[in-house]
Ligand binder design. Sequence first.
Ligand SMILES: Nc1ncnc2c1ncn2[C@@H]1O[C@H](COP(=O)(O)OP(=O)(O)OP(=O)(O)O)[C@@H](O)[C@H]1O
Ligand SMILES: [Mg+2]
Length: 502
Amino acid sequence: MQRQPVLSVRGLTKTFGPVRANDAVSFDVGAGELVCLFGENGAGKSTLSACLAGLHSPDGGEIVLNGEPVRFSTAADAIVAGIALVHQHFLLVDDFTVLENIVLGHERGLFVNYRAAEKKLRALCRRYGISVRPDARVGDLTVGERQWVELLKALYHEAAVLILDEPTATLDLQESRKLFRIIDELKTAGVALVLISHSLAEVMRSDRVVVLRQGRVVGERATSETTPQELTRLMIGREVERKHRGSSRPGRPCLDVEHVTIRRPGGAPILDDISFSVAEGEIFGLAGVAGNGQKPLMEAIAGVLPFSSGRVLIDGELLADLDVHGIQKLGVGHIPEDRLSEGLVGDFSIAENIALGSHRDVFADGHFLNRGAIRVAAAVAIADYQIAAPSAETRARALSGGNAQRVVLARELAAASRVLLANQPTRGLDVGVIEYIHDRLIEKRAAGCAVVLASSELEDLLNLSDRIGVMFQGRLMGIVDARSTSIEEIGLMMAGQKREAA
Ligand SMILES: Nc1ncnc2c1ncn2[C@@H]1O[C@H](COP(=O)(O)OP(=O)(O)OP(=O)(O)O)[C@@H](O)[C@H]1O
Ligand SMILES: [Mg+2]
Protein backbone atom coordinates (compact mmCIF):
# COMPACT_ATOMS: atom_id res chain seq x y z
CA MET A 1 0.00 0.00 0.00
CA GLN A 2 1.19 3.49 -0.79
CA ARG A 3 1.95 5.95 1.95
CA GLN A 4 -0.29 8.94 2.36
CA PRO A 5 0.81 11.82 0.12
CA VAL A 6 2.05 14.97 1.83
CA LEU A 7 0.04 17.16 -0.54
CA SER A 8 -3.09 16.14 -2.29
CA VAL A 9 -4.91 18.48 -4.66
CA ARG A 10 -8.48 17.41 -5.45
CA GLY A 11 -10.62 18.96 -8.13
CA LEU A 12 -9.16 22.41 -7.68
CA THR A 13 -10.85 25.07 -9.79
CA LYS A 14 -10.01 28.75 -10.17
CA THR A 15 -11.59 31.16 -12.61
CA PHE A 16 -10.82 34.78 -13.51
CA GLY A 17 -14.01 36.08 -15.09
CA PRO A 18 -14.45 33.99 -18.22
CA VAL A 19 -11.00 32.35 -17.92
CA ARG A 20 -10.90 28.90 -16.33
CA ALA A 21 -7.27 29.04 -15.22
CA ASN A 22 -7.57 25.79 -13.25
CA ASP A 23 -10.30 23.31 -14.08
CA ALA A 24 -10.76 20.45 -11.62
CA VAL A 25 -7.04 19.82 -11.19
CA SER A 26 -6.02 16.80 -9.12
CA PHE A 27 -2.59 15.44 -8.28
CA ASP A 28 -0.55 14.19 -5.32
CA VAL A 29 2.98 14.77 -4.10
CA GLY A 30 4.65 12.37 -1.70
CA ALA A 31 7.44 12.92 0.81
CA GLY A 32 10.79 13.18 -0.94
CA GLU A 33 9.13 13.32 -4.33
CA LEU A 34 9.77 15.91 -7.04
CA VAL A 35 6.69 16.47 -9.20
CA CYS A 36 6.94 18.67 -12.23
CA LEU A 37 4.08 20.78 -13.60
CA PHE A 38 4.55 21.10 -17.32
CA GLY A 39 2.42 23.05 -19.76
CA GLU A 40 2.14 25.85 -22.28
CA ASN A 41 2.19 29.53 -21.38
CA GLY A 42 -1.13 30.26 -19.75
CA ALA A 43 -1.90 26.60 -18.96
CA GLY A 44 -2.54 27.52 -15.33
CA LYS A 45 0.67 26.48 -13.55
CA SER A 46 1.32 29.74 -11.68
CA THR A 47 -2.37 30.06 -10.76
CA LEU A 48 -2.30 26.56 -9.32
CA SER A 49 0.78 27.27 -7.25
CA ALA A 50 -0.70 30.58 -6.07
CA CYS A 51 -3.82 28.71 -4.87
CA LEU A 52 -1.65 26.20 -3.01
CA ALA A 53 0.37 28.97 -1.38
CA GLY A 54 -2.59 31.03 -0.16
CA LEU A 55 -2.25 33.85 -2.70
CA HIS A 56 -5.52 33.00 -4.47
CA SER A 57 -8.55 31.36 -2.95
CA PRO A 58 -9.80 28.58 -5.20
CA ASP A 59 -13.42 28.57 -6.39
CA GLY A 60 -13.77 24.88 -5.75
CA GLY A 61 -11.95 21.71 -4.85
CA GLU A 62 -9.77 20.81 -1.95
CA ILE A 63 -6.18 21.08 -0.78
CA VAL A 64 -5.25 18.28 1.59
CA LEU A 65 -2.06 18.51 3.61
CA ASN A 66 -0.94 15.38 5.46
CA GLY A 67 -4.47 14.04 5.34
CA GLU A 68 -6.14 17.24 6.58
CA PRO A 69 -8.08 19.61 4.33
CA VAL A 70 -6.62 23.11 4.59
CA ARG A 71 -7.78 26.58 3.63
CA PHE A 72 -5.56 29.63 3.56
CA SER A 73 -6.51 33.28 3.44
CA THR A 74 -2.96 34.61 3.18
CA ALA A 75 0.47 33.43 2.08
CA ALA A 76 1.54 33.63 5.73
CA ASP A 77 -1.14 31.05 6.62
CA ALA A 78 0.22 28.70 4.00
CA ILE A 79 3.81 29.04 5.07
CA VAL A 80 2.91 28.45 8.71
CA ALA A 81 0.98 25.34 7.64
CA GLY A 82 4.06 24.17 5.72
CA ILE A 83 3.55 25.16 2.08
CA ALA A 84 6.13 27.58 0.66
CA LEU A 85 6.23 29.04 -2.83
CA VAL A 86 9.15 30.52 -4.69
CA HIS A 87 7.09 32.76 -6.93
CA GLN A 88 7.68 33.39 -10.65
CA HIS A 89 7.45 37.13 -10.01
CA PHE A 90 8.99 37.88 -6.69
CA LEU A 91 6.85 38.94 -3.78
CA LEU A 92 9.48 40.47 -1.56
CA VAL A 93 9.25 43.93 -0.03
CA ASP A 94 12.01 46.12 -1.48
CA ASP A 95 12.45 48.40 1.49
CA PHE A 96 12.90 45.60 3.97
CA THR A 97 16.07 43.68 4.64
CA VAL A 98 16.55 40.07 3.66
CA LEU A 99 16.01 38.97 7.25
CA GLU A 100 12.84 41.05 7.65
CA ASN A 101 11.41 39.67 4.45
CA ILE A 102 12.07 36.16 5.64
CA VAL A 103 10.61 36.44 9.13
CA LEU A 104 8.00 39.21 8.93
CA GLY A 105 4.40 38.15 8.93
CA HIS A 106 5.39 34.54 9.20
CA GLU A 107 6.57 34.22 12.77
CA ARG A 108 4.01 32.95 15.22
CA GLY A 109 3.39 35.41 18.02
CA LEU A 110 3.86 39.15 18.02
CA PHE A 111 7.53 39.54 18.74
CA VAL A 112 10.37 38.36 16.61
CA ASN A 113 13.68 37.48 18.18
CA TYR A 114 15.89 38.98 15.47
CA ARG A 115 19.15 37.79 16.98
CA ALA A 116 17.98 34.19 16.98
CA ALA A 117 16.40 34.58 13.54
CA GLU A 118 19.60 35.98 12.08
CA LYS A 119 21.63 33.18 13.58
CA LYS A 120 19.32 30.60 12.07
CA LEU A 121 19.44 32.36 8.70
CA ARG A 122 23.23 32.53 8.66
CA ALA A 123 23.43 28.85 9.52
CA LEU A 124 21.14 28.06 6.57
CA CYS A 125 23.24 30.16 4.20
CA ARG A 126 26.36 28.30 5.29
CA ARG A 127 24.75 24.89 5.09
CA TYR A 128 23.42 25.41 1.56
CA GLY A 129 26.26 27.56 0.27
CA ILE A 130 24.05 30.60 -0.38
CA SER A 131 25.73 33.97 -0.06
CA VAL A 132 23.18 36.66 0.75
CA ARG A 133 23.68 39.17 3.56
CA PRO A 134 20.77 39.08 6.06
CA ASP A 135 20.97 42.88 6.50
CA ALA A 136 21.02 43.73 2.77
CA ARG A 137 18.04 45.73 1.52
CA VAL A 138 16.07 43.55 -0.88
CA GLY A 139 15.65 46.46 -3.28
CA ASP A 140 19.43 46.47 -3.78
CA LEU A 141 19.63 42.80 -4.76
CA THR A 142 19.81 41.39 -8.27
CA VAL A 143 16.95 39.21 -9.50
CA GLY A 144 19.14 36.14 -9.02
CA GLU A 145 19.80 37.06 -5.39
CA ARG A 146 16.11 37.65 -4.76
CA GLN A 147 15.47 34.14 -5.97
CA TRP A 148 17.76 32.85 -3.24
CA VAL A 149 15.98 34.98 -0.63
CA GLU A 150 12.68 33.39 -1.66
CA LEU A 151 14.25 29.97 -1.32
CA LEU A 152 15.83 30.83 2.04
CA LYS A 153 12.41 31.86 3.26
CA ALA A 154 11.08 28.39 2.46
CA LEU A 155 14.08 26.73 4.10
CA TYR A 156 13.81 28.98 7.15
CA HIS A 157 10.22 27.96 7.75
CA GLU A 158 11.05 24.29 7.18
CA ALA A 159 8.31 23.88 4.64
CA ALA A 160 6.92 20.38 4.15
CA VAL A 161 5.89 21.33 0.63
CA LEU A 162 8.06 23.54 -1.54
CA ILE A 163 6.76 24.87 -4.85
CA LEU A 164 9.24 26.41 -7.27
CA ASP A 165 7.73 28.42 -10.14
CA GLU A 166 10.33 28.68 -12.93
CA PRO A 167 13.16 29.07 -10.42
CA THR A 168 16.00 28.81 -12.91
CA ALA A 169 14.65 31.58 -15.17
CA THR A 170 16.72 34.12 -13.27
CA LEU A 171 19.70 31.94 -12.43
CA ASP A 172 22.83 31.27 -14.42
CA LEU A 173 24.03 27.76 -15.15
CA GLN A 174 26.18 27.46 -12.06
CA GLU A 175 23.45 28.73 -9.78
CA SER A 176 20.93 26.39 -11.40
CA ARG A 177 23.23 23.48 -10.61
CA LYS A 178 23.41 24.66 -7.02
CA LEU A 179 19.63 24.87 -6.86
CA PHE A 180 19.30 21.30 -8.09
CA ARG A 181 21.82 20.14 -5.48
CA ILE A 182 19.64 21.78 -2.82
CA ILE A 183 16.55 20.18 -4.34
CA ASP A 184 18.26 16.78 -4.03
CA GLU A 185 19.08 17.45 -0.39
CA LEU A 186 15.51 18.48 0.34
CA LYS A 187 14.24 15.32 -1.34
CA THR A 188 16.46 13.25 0.90
CA ALA A 189 15.10 15.17 3.87
CA GLY A 190 11.57 14.16 2.83
CA VAL A 191 10.27 17.48 1.52
CA ALA A 192 7.50 17.23 -1.08
CA LEU A 193 8.59 19.31 -4.08
CA VAL A 194 6.69 20.82 -6.99
CA LEU A 195 8.72 22.26 -9.84
CA ILE A 196 7.43 24.37 -12.71
CA SER A 197 9.76 24.58 -15.68
CA HIS A 198 9.72 24.98 -19.46
CA SER A 199 13.13 23.35 -19.76
CA LEU A 200 12.76 19.72 -20.75
CA ALA A 201 16.20 18.95 -19.31
CA GLU A 202 14.96 20.12 -15.91
CA VAL A 203 11.60 18.40 -16.27
CA MET A 204 13.38 15.12 -16.94
CA ARG A 205 15.07 15.33 -13.52
CA SER A 206 11.75 14.99 -11.70
CA ASP A 207 10.09 11.82 -10.45
CA ARG A 208 6.70 12.49 -11.98
CA VAL A 209 5.30 14.94 -14.50
CA VAL A 210 1.79 16.37 -14.46
CA VAL A 211 0.93 17.94 -17.81
CA LEU A 212 -1.55 20.82 -17.89
CA ARG A 213 -3.35 22.20 -20.91
CA GLN A 214 -5.87 25.04 -20.68
CA GLY A 215 -6.27 24.59 -16.95
CA ARG A 216 -6.84 20.83 -17.06
CA VAL A 217 -4.58 17.89 -16.30
CA VAL A 218 -4.16 16.14 -19.65
CA GLY A 219 -1.68 13.52 -18.56
CA GLU A 220 0.50 12.27 -15.75
CA ARG A 221 3.63 10.18 -16.24
CA ALA A 222 6.41 8.66 -14.18
CA THR A 223 9.42 10.54 -15.56
CA SER A 224 11.39 7.31 -16.04
CA GLU A 225 8.64 6.02 -18.30
CA THR A 226 8.29 9.01 -20.62
CA THR A 227 10.37 11.04 -23.07
CA PRO A 228 10.68 14.76 -23.85
CA GLN A 229 8.92 14.03 -27.16
CA GLU A 230 5.94 12.45 -25.47
CA LEU A 231 5.67 15.26 -22.94
CA THR A 232 5.77 17.89 -25.68
CA ARG A 233 3.11 16.03 -27.62
CA LEU A 234 0.91 15.86 -24.52
CA MET A 235 1.45 19.54 -23.81
CA ILE A 236 0.55 20.95 -27.21
CA GLY A 237 -0.97 18.03 -29.02
CA ARG A 238 1.81 17.79 -31.63
CA GLU A 239 5.55 17.26 -31.88
CA VAL A 240 8.02 20.09 -32.26
CA GLU A 241 11.05 19.57 -34.38
CA ARG A 242 14.20 21.58 -34.12
CA LYS A 243 16.11 22.39 -37.24
CA HIS A 244 19.40 23.86 -38.22
CA ARG A 245 19.18 27.26 -39.87
CA GLY A 246 21.37 28.19 -42.80
CA SER A 247 23.07 31.54 -42.49
CA SER A 248 22.27 34.37 -44.82
CA ARG A 249 24.81 36.55 -46.57
CA PRO A 250 25.40 39.65 -44.46
CA GLY A 251 25.51 43.05 -46.14
CA ARG A 252 27.25 46.26 -45.15
CA PRO A 253 28.01 47.12 -41.52
CA CYS A 254 24.99 48.42 -39.62
CA LEU A 255 25.81 48.40 -35.91
CA ASP A 256 29.28 49.42 -34.75
CA VAL A 257 30.33 49.08 -31.14
CA GLU A 258 33.74 50.65 -30.53
CA HIS A 259 35.72 50.31 -27.30
CA VAL A 260 32.63 50.56 -25.09
CA THR A 261 33.65 50.59 -21.45
CA ILE A 262 31.65 50.97 -18.26
CA ARG A 263 33.65 51.46 -15.11
CA ARG A 264 32.41 51.30 -11.58
CA PRO A 265 34.25 53.09 -8.84
CA GLY A 266 36.76 50.84 -7.14
CA GLY A 267 35.77 47.55 -8.78
CA ALA A 268 36.49 45.74 -12.01
CA PRO A 269 34.87 47.30 -15.10
CA ILE A 270 31.35 46.15 -15.97
CA LEU A 271 32.23 46.36 -19.66
CA ASP A 272 35.86 46.41 -20.66
CA ASP A 273 36.74 47.76 -24.09
CA ILE A 274 34.08 45.95 -26.13
CA SER A 275 34.35 46.28 -29.91
CA PHE A 276 32.43 44.45 -32.62
CA SER A 277 30.40 45.21 -35.66
CA VAL A 278 27.18 43.60 -36.90
CA ALA A 279 26.20 43.76 -40.55
CA GLU A 280 22.78 44.14 -42.10
CA GLY A 281 21.26 40.68 -42.38
CA GLU A 282 23.49 39.18 -39.74
CA ILE A 283 22.73 37.53 -36.41
CA PHE A 284 25.53 38.15 -33.96
CA GLY A 285 25.25 35.72 -31.06
CA LEU A 286 26.41 36.64 -27.57
CA ALA A 287 27.45 33.64 -25.53
CA GLY A 288 28.52 33.70 -21.92
CA VAL A 289 27.43 32.69 -18.48
CA ALA A 290 24.71 35.11 -17.37
CA GLY A 291 26.11 38.09 -15.51
CA ASN A 292 29.27 38.48 -17.59
CA GLY A 293 28.23 41.72 -19.24
CA GLN A 294 25.61 40.70 -21.80
CA LYS A 295 22.87 42.74 -20.11
CA PRO A 296 24.85 45.98 -19.65
CA LEU A 297 26.14 45.68 -23.20
CA MET A 298 22.63 45.48 -24.63
CA GLU A 299 21.55 48.34 -22.38
CA ALA A 300 24.49 50.48 -23.39
CA ILE A 301 23.62 50.05 -27.08
CA ALA A 302 19.93 50.73 -26.42
CA GLY A 303 20.81 53.93 -24.56
CA VAL A 304 19.43 52.71 -21.24
CA LEU A 305 22.83 52.56 -19.53
CA PRO A 306 25.41 55.32 -19.93
CA PHE A 307 28.99 54.24 -20.64
CA SER A 308 32.27 55.80 -19.55
CA SER A 309 34.08 55.64 -22.87
CA GLY A 310 33.79 54.28 -26.38
CA ARG A 311 31.04 54.83 -28.95
CA VAL A 312 28.15 53.17 -30.69
CA LEU A 313 27.08 53.90 -34.27
CA ILE A 314 24.08 52.77 -36.28
CA ASP A 315 24.36 53.17 -40.05
CA GLY A 316 27.30 55.44 -39.36
CA GLU A 317 25.32 57.71 -37.06
CA LEU A 318 26.76 58.29 -33.63
CA LEU A 319 24.31 57.56 -30.82
CA ALA A 320 26.07 59.71 -28.23
CA ASP A 321 23.54 62.53 -28.17
CA LEU A 322 20.42 60.42 -28.38
CA ASP A 323 18.21 59.31 -25.52
CA VAL A 324 16.42 55.96 -25.40
CA HIS A 325 13.53 57.32 -27.44
CA GLY A 326 15.82 58.83 -30.06
CA ILE A 327 17.63 55.52 -30.42
CA GLN A 328 14.32 53.68 -30.74
CA LYS A 329 13.35 56.01 -33.54
CA LEU A 330 16.39 54.88 -35.51
CA GLY A 331 14.73 51.47 -35.63
CA VAL A 332 16.25 49.79 -32.61
CA GLY A 333 14.22 47.15 -30.79
CA HIS A 334 15.31 45.95 -27.36
CA ILE A 335 13.99 42.83 -25.66
CA PRO A 336 15.33 43.26 -22.12
CA GLU A 337 16.38 40.33 -20.00
CA ASP A 338 13.90 41.07 -17.26
CA ARG A 339 10.96 41.95 -19.48
CA LEU A 340 8.27 41.77 -16.85
CA SER A 341 9.71 44.57 -14.80
CA GLU A 342 11.61 46.43 -17.53
CA GLY A 343 9.45 45.79 -20.56
CA LEU A 344 5.86 46.17 -19.42
CA VAL A 345 3.58 48.41 -17.39
CA GLY A 346 1.42 46.05 -15.34
CA ASP A 347 -1.53 48.42 -15.06
CA PHE A 348 -1.62 49.12 -18.79
CA SER A 349 -3.62 46.97 -21.17
CA ILE A 350 -2.01 44.75 -23.79
CA ALA A 351 -2.86 47.37 -26.42
CA GLU A 352 -1.30 50.20 -24.40
CA ASN A 353 1.82 48.15 -23.78
CA ILE A 354 2.09 47.45 -27.50
CA ALA A 355 1.88 51.18 -28.20
CA LEU A 356 4.44 51.99 -25.52
CA GLY A 357 7.52 53.66 -26.92
CA SER A 358 5.90 54.43 -30.26
CA HIS A 359 3.10 56.47 -28.71
CA ARG A 360 4.81 59.68 -29.84
CA ASP A 361 5.08 58.80 -33.49
CA VAL A 362 3.66 55.63 -35.05
CA PHE A 363 0.51 55.73 -32.94
CA ALA A 364 0.21 59.48 -32.62
CA ASP A 365 -2.38 61.48 -34.50
CA GLY A 366 -1.37 65.08 -34.00
CA HIS A 367 -1.37 65.46 -30.24
CA PHE A 368 -3.72 62.56 -29.73
CA LEU A 369 -3.20 58.84 -29.63
CA ASN A 370 -4.55 57.05 -32.65
CA ARG A 371 -6.69 54.54 -30.77
CA GLY A 372 -7.80 52.78 -33.95
CA ALA A 373 -4.23 52.11 -35.07
CA ILE A 374 -3.31 50.88 -31.60
CA ARG A 375 -6.30 48.52 -31.59
CA VAL A 376 -5.35 47.06 -34.95
CA ALA A 377 -1.68 46.62 -33.95
CA ALA A 378 -2.75 44.91 -30.73
CA ALA A 379 -5.12 42.56 -32.55
CA VAL A 380 -2.36 41.62 -35.01
CA ALA A 381 0.12 41.01 -32.18
CA ILE A 382 -2.36 38.86 -30.26
CA ALA A 383 -3.01 36.72 -33.33
CA ASP A 384 0.60 36.46 -34.53
CA TYR A 385 2.15 35.73 -31.15
CA GLN A 386 -0.81 33.65 -29.94
CA ILE A 387 -1.15 35.79 -26.83
CA ALA A 388 -3.72 34.04 -24.66
CA ALA A 389 -5.92 36.76 -23.15
CA PRO A 390 -9.63 37.57 -23.08
CA SER A 391 -9.05 40.79 -25.07
CA ALA A 392 -6.60 43.51 -26.03
CA GLU A 393 -7.90 45.45 -23.03
CA THR A 394 -6.63 42.84 -20.54
CA ARG A 395 -4.14 44.36 -18.07
CA ALA A 396 -0.58 43.11 -18.47
CA ARG A 397 -0.48 41.98 -14.84
CA ALA A 398 -3.29 39.49 -15.46
CA LEU A 399 -1.24 37.68 -18.11
CA SER A 400 0.72 34.52 -17.48
CA GLY A 401 4.50 34.98 -17.47
CA GLY A 402 4.99 33.66 -20.98
CA ASN A 403 2.07 35.60 -22.43
CA ALA A 404 3.34 38.85 -20.92
CA GLN A 405 6.65 38.15 -22.58
CA ARG A 406 4.97 37.66 -25.94
CA VAL A 407 3.61 41.20 -25.68
CA VAL A 408 7.15 42.58 -25.30
CA LEU A 409 8.41 40.41 -28.15
CA ALA A 410 5.61 41.56 -30.45
CA ARG A 411 6.29 45.22 -29.72
CA GLU A 412 10.08 45.13 -29.95
CA LEU A 413 10.24 42.94 -33.03
CA ALA A 414 7.89 45.34 -34.77
CA ALA A 415 10.00 48.32 -33.69
CA ALA A 416 13.29 46.82 -34.86
CA SER A 417 13.74 47.87 -38.45
CA ARG A 418 17.54 48.31 -38.26
CA VAL A 419 18.84 46.71 -35.06
CA LEU A 420 17.32 44.12 -32.78
CA LEU A 421 18.83 43.57 -29.36
CA ALA A 422 17.37 40.33 -28.03
CA ASN A 423 18.39 39.19 -24.58
CA GLN A 424 17.17 35.66 -23.83
CA PRO A 425 14.12 36.15 -26.06
CA THR A 426 12.72 32.64 -25.63
CA ARG A 427 13.39 32.14 -21.94
CA GLY A 428 10.12 31.43 -20.13
CA LEU A 429 8.31 30.53 -23.34
CA ASP A 430 6.87 27.08 -23.85
CA VAL A 431 8.61 24.92 -26.44
CA GLY A 432 5.65 25.27 -28.80
CA VAL A 433 6.27 28.96 -29.45
CA ILE A 434 10.08 28.98 -29.34
CA GLU A 435 10.25 27.83 -32.95
CA TYR A 436 7.94 30.69 -33.92
CA ILE A 437 10.20 33.27 -32.25
CA HIS A 438 13.24 31.76 -33.96
CA ASP A 439 11.43 32.12 -37.28
CA ARG A 440 10.81 35.81 -36.51
CA LEU A 441 14.51 36.36 -35.75
CA ILE A 442 15.46 34.73 -39.05
CA GLU A 443 12.86 36.90 -40.78
CA LYS A 444 14.42 40.03 -39.24
CA ARG A 445 17.80 38.94 -40.53
CA ALA A 446 16.40 38.31 -44.00
CA ALA A 447 14.86 41.79 -43.94
CA GLY A 448 18.29 43.33 -43.40
CA CYS A 449 18.21 43.92 -39.68
CA ALA A 450 21.36 43.57 -37.56
CA VAL A 451 20.42 41.20 -34.76
CA VAL A 452 22.32 40.82 -31.49
CA LEU A 453 21.11 37.69 -29.75
CA ALA A 454 22.17 36.74 -26.22
CA SER A 455 21.16 33.30 -25.07
CA SER A 456 22.17 30.76 -22.49
CA GLU A 457 21.03 28.03 -24.90
CA LEU A 458 24.24 27.33 -26.80
CA GLU A 459 22.44 25.09 -29.22
CA ASP A 460 20.12 27.92 -30.24
CA LEU A 461 23.06 30.29 -30.63
CA LEU A 462 24.87 27.83 -32.86
CA ASN A 463 21.74 27.19 -34.93
CA LEU A 464 20.75 30.80 -35.45
CA SER A 465 23.88 32.95 -35.39
CA ASP A 466 26.29 33.84 -38.17
CA ARG A 467 29.06 34.79 -35.76
CA ILE A 468 29.26 34.40 -32.00
CA GLY A 469 31.05 36.67 -29.54
CA VAL A 470 31.85 35.14 -26.17
CA MET A 471 31.77 37.27 -23.03
CA PHE A 472 33.60 36.73 -19.78
CA GLN A 473 33.79 39.20 -16.89
CA GLY A 474 32.78 42.16 -19.03
CA ARG A 475 35.22 41.37 -21.83
CA LEU A 476 34.81 39.86 -25.26
CA MET A 477 37.03 36.77 -25.24
CA GLY A 478 36.78 36.24 -28.97
CA ILE A 479 34.48 36.14 -31.97
CA VAL A 480 33.97 32.86 -33.82
CA ASP A 481 32.20 31.70 -36.95
CA ALA A 482 29.04 29.84 -35.87
CA ARG A 483 29.39 27.27 -38.66
CA SER A 484 32.92 26.19 -37.84
CA THR A 485 33.06 26.56 -34.06
CA SER A 486 32.13 23.91 -31.52
CA ILE A 487 30.40 23.89 -28.16
CA GLU A 488 33.77 22.99 -26.61
CA GLU A 489 35.51 26.02 -28.11
CA ILE A 490 32.77 28.37 -26.89
CA GLY A 491 32.71 26.65 -23.51
CA LEU A 492 36.42 27.31 -23.00
CA MET A 493 36.03 31.00 -23.81
CA MET A 494 33.01 31.24 -21.52
CA ALA A 495 35.28 30.01 -18.76
CA GLY A 496 37.73 32.80 -19.47
CA GLN A 497 40.11 31.37 -22.04
CA LYS A 498 41.00 33.90 -24.65
CA ARG A 499 40.92 32.89 -28.29
CA GLU A 500 44.11 33.48 -30.18
CA ALA A 501 43.52 35.70 -33.18
CA ALA A 502 43.33 33.48 -36.26
N1 LIG B 1 -4.87 37.89 -11.79
C1 LIG B 1 -5.39 37.43 -12.93
N2 LIG B 1 -6.45 38.02 -13.51
C2 LIG B 1 -7.00 37.56 -14.65
N3 LIG B 1 -6.52 36.49 -15.33
C3 LIG B 1 -5.46 35.85 -14.81
C4 LIG B 1 -4.84 36.29 -13.60
N4 LIG B 1 -3.80 35.46 -13.34
C5 LIG B 1 -3.77 34.56 -14.35
N5 LIG B 1 -4.78 34.78 -15.23
C6 LIG B 1 -5.07 33.99 -16.44
O1 LIG B 1 -5.10 32.63 -16.08
C7 LIG B 1 -4.53 31.81 -17.09
C8 LIG B 1 -3.44 30.95 -16.49
O2 LIG B 1 -2.32 31.78 -16.16
P1 LIG B 1 -1.04 31.25 -15.38
O3 LIG B 1 -0.25 32.43 -15.00
O4 LIG B 1 -1.46 30.33 -14.31
O5 LIG B 1 -0.30 30.42 -16.54
P2 LIG B 1 1.11 29.65 -16.51
O6 LIG B 1 0.81 28.21 -16.82
O7 LIG B 1 1.84 29.93 -15.26
O8 LIG B 1 1.86 30.26 -17.78
P3 LIG B 1 3.42 30.71 -18.03
O9 LIG B 1 4.14 29.48 -18.47
O10 LIG B 1 3.29 31.66 -19.17
O11 LIG B 1 3.94 31.33 -16.79
C9 LIG B 1 -4.05 32.76 -18.16
O12 LIG B 1 -5.03 32.80 -19.17
C10 LIG B 1 -3.95 34.10 -17.46
O13 LIG B 1 -4.17 35.18 -18.35
MG1 LIG C 1 3.56 31.01 -14.86
